[in-house]
Design a protein around this ligand. Structure first.
Ligand code: G3I
Ligand code: 9MR
Ligand code: ZN
Length: 571
């Protein structure tokens, strides 16, 4: 912690300056959800004129704490000159805001032990809103947020080598579009299942108000299963897994039940038609599901394990069949040129679940080539799941001691470097300038996940604190003073590239969705309006048309769910 003089004010000083009742300014950036009682608490101030002092007031206006702003630091990624306002000494639960003389006041935020529980609920429940093949209604809490059953028909596409109808209903809409993609479902359901495995005491009793609620299974698992059942339907008879089920082109901005384009099971266009990345992802995820669901539904768990092992066998025969959209198909590609990390992940999860020699052997013969993937830059992503492979092996207690030691060593070294870099970042986040890519907010969240996994392998409070700093950025402590989660915080983004949000009559978007975030690539026409010279963290528009910066996606919400669950025990 920096040496900043903090003064607790005595009551008489309150009268001196009346509270600032003007509208909040974006120049003061706080986590609009809030801070845990004993965690570090920092707000950021960025203004043309440097400030000197700040005050924290209770929501009613009483001065609670006064402090000095830290000297300005330049943050090249945003172009901001940033002054930190450290109010960590304030530990009492309540609603507060910050005030900086000459600059203004912040949005309100909370301090409390359960400060992230509503955020977790919304972020996890957003998957229910993404359900395909069933009518969805968010209920009295969000009246009007509903859609009818959608995408009930389906068929094999010519690229699959098969013909005829194949409805394969269910699953989650991937993002702002209505496609369903196995590769992206892989890292998403994997991350969510890990959230349950690692933080069960914090999440298992949370009711998500689902159609299945009350059936004896934790709601987080009820929701994940909706997508797992669809994924199981994407496995062909020979054990290989179809890459995606989508229309040939994206539909217009209409509600899902209005989308009558055929939902095709799409193949690679030639033998063996299925893709290795999809097959590896499915094998990994179903191996996790086999151990996680066992206490709740042994039959389902056994089915998942069979699917996983059949997928593994297929991969033996077809280790690197990659996917590219066949001619005439323009929906998402999730094309990945290297499926060996997916195969390693499958081996590691199968080894953990079954203790089978063949998976153990495969992992031990190959893992060292992937250790470099656990690094202080470029965390895991839909295309790179090697970290998940290595970590699941090390998190298991029964693995090879030398392999576990090597994975732990590299995880700790990477986490140490991430912590160090974050401490010198103007917004105290783990991002490098190169990380502002399509879905950059998921990079922020995945750094958070990386730190929390490192903490599980080798406990270090700095890892948890730095994970929290990344969360603060997502919830409002960023250059835009914007909460990047819909309907969360006092100033959330409002115009996601999300078809239901755009097509329905509700004034606000569907709740709990994480924006893709700033993207220096500017790969859509709306983003082209932004100057190419803008600093990377500023390359963002809260516009529906800006799909390269403001779409939402299941794989971006998942590390947010993990992060919110993982930091919540950190009181
Ligand atoms: O990793 C490189 C980086 O090294 C390089 O500096 C940078 C330069 O722009 O590019 C980075 O790669 C980008 C990659 O995302 C990172 O994951 C690519 O340019 C970018 O085109 C690619 O975007 C993907 C996008 O689809 C377009 O294919 C996103 O990852 C992916 O999340 C997104 O997924 C879409 C689905 O296809 C359809 N459904 C919606 C979903 C979300 O937008
Ligand atoms: O809506 C689509 C979004 O889900 C995708 O991520 C994005 C990139 O593949 O494409 C969007 O669809 C756009 C299409 O690519 C081009 N025409 C405009 C579409 C958005 O309305
Ligand atoms: Zn649908």
């Amino acid at each position: 912690m920096r040496s900043i003089v903090l003064l607790l004010l005595a009551a008489p000083a309150l009268a001196a300056a009346p509270p600032d009742t003007a509208a909040p300014t974006t120049e003061i950036k706080v986590d609009q959800v809030g801070y845990l009682n004993s965690a570090p608490k920092v707000a950021m101030v960025s203004s043309k004129t440097a400030g000197t002092d700040f005050t924290v007031r209770s929501a009613k206006g009483a001065v609670t704490l006064r402090g000095k702003l830290a000297p300005p630091v330049d943050d090249p990624d945003s172009g901001d000159r940033v002054q930190a306002a450290n109010f960590s000494r304030l530990t009492k639960s309540g609603r507060y805001y910050l005030e900086v003389p000459g600059i203004g006041r912040s949005w309100e935020f909370s301090i409390g032990p359960e400060v992230y529980s509503r955020a977790w609920y919304l972020a996890m429940r957003s998957y229910y809103g993404q359900r395909c093949g069933i009518a969805v209604d968010l209920g009295p809490e969000f009246p009007g947020y509903k859609h009818d059953a959608c995408h009930l028909e389906g068929a094999y596409h010519a690229s699959s080598g098969k013909t005829g109808p194949y409805p394969n209903r269910g699953g989650w809409h991937d993002a702002g579009d209505y496609g369903r993609y196995v590769v992206n479902s892989g890292i998403t359901t994997g991350t969510l299942l890990w959230t349950f495995e690692m933080f069960a005491p914090r999440v298992k009793n949370v009711k998500l108000n689902l159609p299945e609620s009350g059936n004896g299974t934790p709601d987080i698992l009820n929701e994940i299963r909706w997508n797992l059942d669809w994924m199981l339907g994407m496995q062909d008879e020979d054990g290989g897994v179809w890459h995606k089920q989508t229309s040939e082109q994206f539909c217009a901005f209409i509600m899902p039940e209005k989308d009558r384009l055929v939902s095709y099971v799409i193949g690679t266009g030639s033998e063996p038609f299925k893709s290795s990345c999809a097959t590896g992802d499915l094998a990994a995820v179903m191996a996790i599901a086999a151990r996680v669901y066992k206490p709740f539904d042994a039959e389902f768990a056994a089915k998942c394990l069979r699917a996983s092992e059949r997928a593994w066998d297929w991969l033996d025969q077809h280790p690197n069949v990659t996917f590219r959209n066949p001619a005439g198909v323009g929906t998402g590609g999730y094309g990945d040129g290297d499926c060996s990390d997916e195969r390693l992940w499958a081996a590691a999860e199968l080894a953990r679940t079954t203790r089978g020699d063949r998976y153990q052997r495969y992992f031990l013969e190959h893992y060292s080539g992937y250790l470099k993937s656990i690094r202080p830059t470029q965390p895991q992503s839909w295309a790179n799941v090697a970290n998940l492979a290595l970590w699941t092996y090390a998190l298991d207690s029964g693995g090879d001691a030398a392999a576990v030691a090597a994975i732990r060593r590299d995880s700790v070294a990477a986490a140490d470097q991430i912590v160090e870099r974050s401490q010198s970042n103007g917004y105290r986040i783990s991002m490098t300038s190169r990380d502002y890519i399509w879905g950059s907010n998921s990079v922020v969240a995945n750094y958070g996940m990386q730190l929390l996994v490192a903490n599980a392998l080798h406990a270090n409070p700095h890892y948890v604190e730095t994970a929290l700093e990344n969360l603060h950025y997502l919830l409002g402590r960023n250059t835009f003073s914007l909460s990047f989660v819909t309907q969360l915080g006092a100033n959330p983004f409002r115009h996601p590239h999300h078809r239901p949000s755009g097509a329905d009559d509700n004034p606000e978007p569907w709740p709990g969705l994480l924006s893709g975030g700033p993207n220096r690539g500017r790969q859509d026409p709306a983003m082209q309006k932004l100057a190419a010279t803008l600093p990377p963290a500023k390359m963002y528009l809260d516009e529906q048309a800006a799909y390269a910066a403001n779409e939402v996606a299941i794989n971006w919400n998942a590390p947010l769910v993990f992060l919110l669950a993982g930091v919540s025990g950190g009181k």
